[in-house]
Design a binder for this molecule. Structure first.
Ligand SMILES: Nc1ncnc2c1ncn2[C@@H]1O[C@H](COP(=O)(O)OP(=O)(O)O)[C@@H](O)[C@H]1O
Ligand SMILES: Nc1ccn([C@@H]2O[C@H](COP(=O)(O)OP(=O)(O)O)[C@@H](O)[C@H]2O)c(=O)n1
Length: 225
């Protein structure tokens, strides 16, 4: 049988990773994994259990406790923490503000990477995995690696639109830039483009154009291997 296809999609917030990855997985009949949702889920658990997220030792000590299960269906991925649906709570601004600190802790990353590799092992046709370090660390031998970018203005406008104006574009832009810096500057598996990743600037592309571009790259790669 053919090896499973692994499509790694990395990039900063608001570049279109989730929307693109889900559509690409659905079109190609592959599983889907949102690794950002896993880091958000463990962050939500830390906050809910009174762990000081700015204390890396406390976070490391607790990292093995929550049971996080991410769904792989691109039409309805979902995520549970200790059996409770966490899809809503992981998207709050409180979690968004704390997630970079939690995800910088090596013990947290080791646990998540284990779950991410296990997800690929149970995806016979293959999987589209989105995050920050998928092409560099989690799947260095991925079939196709994509690094999405977009201007800070475009990303902030997209995100602010999702929050229905609850946060201004300027405040959203500042929060995104702060999180990018934390994610790119951490020691363990920072946000980075893999040397062999294809960079796609989505600033002036429609979502459909980005999806088409990635589907074509995967199909080309599949045809030649
Ligand atoms: N190419 C694009 N053009 C316009 N809007 C986009 C594009 N890609 C994504 N979006 C929108 O931007 C928002 C953020 O996209 P998302 O996929 O969640 O990004 P990420 O996962 O990288 O944070 C969503 O509302 C999505 O519909
Ligand atoms: N592979 C990954 C994915 C996410 N993350 C962390 O998780 C956070 C949330 O990721 P996300 O993909 O849900 O973020 P958004 O792009 O949705 O805003 C990021 O800011 C990183 O701190 C990570 O460290 N490594």
């Amino acid at each position: 049988m053919e090896n499973p296809v692994i499509v790694a999609i990395d990039g900063p917030s608001g570049t279109g990773k989730s929307s693109t990855s889900r559509a690409v997985a659905a079109k190609l009949g592959l599983n889907y994994l949102d690794t950002g949702a896993q880091y958000r889920a463990i962050t939500w658990w830390m906050l809910s259990n009174g762990i000081d997220v700015n204390d890396p030792v406390a976070v490391a000590d607790a990292a093995g406790k929550p049971v996080i299960v991410a769904g792989h269906d691109p039409a309805a991925p979902g995520i549970t923490v200790d059996g409770t649906d966490a899809s809503g709570p992981i998207r709050t601004q409180e979690v968004t503000a704390a997630v970079s600190a939690v995800s910088a802790v090596p013990e947290v990353r080791a646990r998540m990477v284990e779950l991410q590799r296990a997800a690929a092992d149970t995806s016979p046709a293959g999987i589209v995995v989105e995050g920050r370090d998928i092409g560099t660390t989690v799947f260095p031998n991925a079939t196709v690696k994509i690094f999405l970018t977009a201007s800070a203005e475009a990303r902030a406008a997209r995100r602010s639109g999702e929050l229905n104006g609850a946060q201004s574009v300027a405040d959203t832009r500042a929060a995104l830039i702060k999180r990018d810096a934390a994610d790119s500057g951490r020691k363990t598996s920072p946000l980075a483009k893999a040397a062999d990743a294809v960079e796609v600037d989505t600033t002036d592309l429609t979502l459909d154009q980005v999806i088409e571009c990635i589907v074509t790259l995967v199909e080309e790669k599949r045809a030649t291997r």
